[in-house]
Design a protein around this ligand. Structure first.
Ligand code: HEC
Length: 480
């Protein structure tokens, strides 16, 4: 394994060596557009209404941004005063599930701060007048609030993979899962820092989860289906979907903070799982994935995924307060770089706690209003460095009652492990970079051991149930 990675690293260095002559400095897509942003305090609260709207709404509410209508100018708000006020009052928009400010994540610029919410609602109550929608006369220094999240990579991607044949997303249905197989050329670069998923129709695609398949299983599944892709999640053996990052509406590029990278072996397959929401008409869907190598790149900073959670999920109709939880001990010192919760419509909260030896436990991720549509990786701006023997707990809270607004069934039904409406997942994927690259195998073993223990627990549970349980939805849910 080490030899493979050294070869990959060498390939990457060679490639980068050749590429340096054409490197461009990284610039923002439109630097002037951010010059007028001002901040009034350290948690990133924005002062002016145009800045709030531009940063927290227009990211998605613009043509091609994935949201159903544009929100940029006062007249856009006047058209739907009541509806907008309601989603703000219920904290449904912008769709950022994490508590803002506590731990900074890449992409959290869309999170609306409490003062901004109050400010917007006051303006809506006045009828969203043009006069109040003015930019401050003194330009602020806080372009940083969004600069990190603006899609501004000027350098052309090192690798562009395309799904050429369109997949027809059906007009009807609640959730359509489809995985696509994009072959990675044998000569491709191998250490990736930035990934952009570019769907042709973001309005039908809520999120995408990427993983690398070295087994050829994805190709076989694709061959067996006459249409592009195959109708199942992108998990491959011990590699869960999303182990290579992901995308959701408004998330921008999946970028890792320097120096961390993801390893992609040449001649492998990139598996891209999309979850589609049909929109009442058929959509010919294609997409491309752009990948950028890190500068400079070292395989020693490549991430190792470790999943925590449970494969035993069984929620009674109406059940509230069920929790899936797993704690493990980190065998080696490592940075925790990214967290991807795998949880569906019955999940209402996700937490990840870290407890270094001799220290108190603290939350590094807290989503108190989980929504399955915003299923995506959360990448730390400043990944916490954790010492060896840090205890890590991943916890998912479920609510299978009608009080959970995401529950697709009314009255609620029994919910078990699987994919699709009426089925649930309970895994949290944690991406680590070991402080010492020689210790990678310890993390890889941890992932395998935890996985096997979960499979054994599930087999034991299945025996106790005495029946073979379906793992896919067969009944149509009732939309509420
Ligand atoms: C990350 C992307 C994103 C951001 C940022 C965002 N929205 Fe949305 N918004 C969406 C999507 C997608 C939908 C469609 C939801 C659906 O169909 O379920 C939506 C729907 C809405 C709706 C209609 C809700 C309904 O009941 O149908 C309103 C109102 C709204 N957004 C307001 C806002 C406001 C105000 C902001 C900024 C403060 C904002 N959104 C920020 C993606 C976003």
């Amino acid at each position: 394994m080490n030899r493979l990675f050294s070869a990959l690293a060498a390939a990457c260095r060679n490639r980068m060596g050749r590429a340096t002559a054409v490197l461009l400095p990284v610039v923002l897509a439109c630097p002037d557009a951010t010059a007028w942003l001002t901040r009034i305090d350290d948690d990133g609260t924005l002062e002016s209404l145009p800045a709030i709207v531009q940063t927290r709404c227009t990211t998605c509410h613009r043509p091609g941004g994935g949201a159903p209508f544009a929100l940029a100018a006062p007249e856009d708000f006047r058209r739907r005063l009541r509806q907008i006020d309601e989603v703000l009052a219920r904290d449904l928009m912008p769709p950022w599930p994490l508590d803002p400010g506590a731990v900074r994540m890449i992409g959290d610029a869309i999170a609306l701060r409490p003062q901004e919410r109050a400010r917007l609602r006051r303006w809506l109550a006045e009828g969203a007048p043009d006069e109040s929608f003015v930019r401050p006369s003194a330009p602020g220094s806080a372009a940083e609030a969004i600069a990190d999240d603006v899609d501004g990579e000027a350098r052309p991607p090192d690798l562009l993979l395309r799904q050429e044949a369109p997949f027809t997303v059906p007009a009807e249905g609640v959730l359509v899962t489809r995985s696509f197989v994009l072959p990675v050329p044998a000569s491709a670069m191998s250490l990736v820092q930035r990934i952009e998923v570019r769907p042709s129709h973001p309005e039908v695609a809520r999120h995408a989860l990427l993983s690398i398949d070295l087994t050829g299983s994805g190709r076989m599944l694709e061959k067996a289906d006459p249409d592009p892709g195959y109708p199942a999640p992108g998990d491959m053996g011990l590699t869960p979907a999303g182990a290579f990052g992901g995308w959701s509406i408004g998330s921008g590029a999946n970028r890792l903070p320097a120096p961390f990278v993801r390893a992609v072996p040449g001649a492998s397959d990139l598996i891209v799982q999309f979850d589609f929401h049909p929109i009442g008409r058929e959509v010919p869907f294609t997409f491309e994935v752009a990948l950028w190598c890190a500068l400079p790149c070292e395989w020693s900073d490549a991430l190792v995924p470790v999943a925590a959670g449970s494969l035993v999920i069984d929620l009674a109709p109406g059940e509230r307060g069920a929790v899936v939880e797993e704690t493990f001990e980190l065998p080696v010192a490592a940075a925790l770089v990214e967290i991807l919760p795998h949880a569906g419509a019955a999940a209402v909260g996700v937490e990840v706690l870290v407890e270094p030896p001799g220290d108190a436990a603290r939350a590094v991720l807290a989503a108190r209003r989980w929504h399955p549509d915003w299923h995506r990786p959360f990448t730390f701006r400043h990944p916490p460095e954790l010492p060896a023997r840090t205890r890590i707990t991943a916890r998912i809270h479920f609510d299978n009652s009608p009080d959970n607004p995401s529950n697709p069934f009314d009255p609620p039904r029994r919910v078990r492990l699987g994919h699709g409406p009426g089925f649930e997942q309970g895994l949290v994927l944690l991406q680590f970079a070991p402080a010492d690259a020689a210790e990678r195998p310890h993390l890889e073993r941890l992932h395998r051991d935890l996985y096997l223990a979960r499979i054994r627990a599930r087999q034991g549970w299945q025996r106790s149930q005495g029946s073979d349980l379906p793992a896919r939805s067969t009944e149509a849910p009732v939309r509420r």
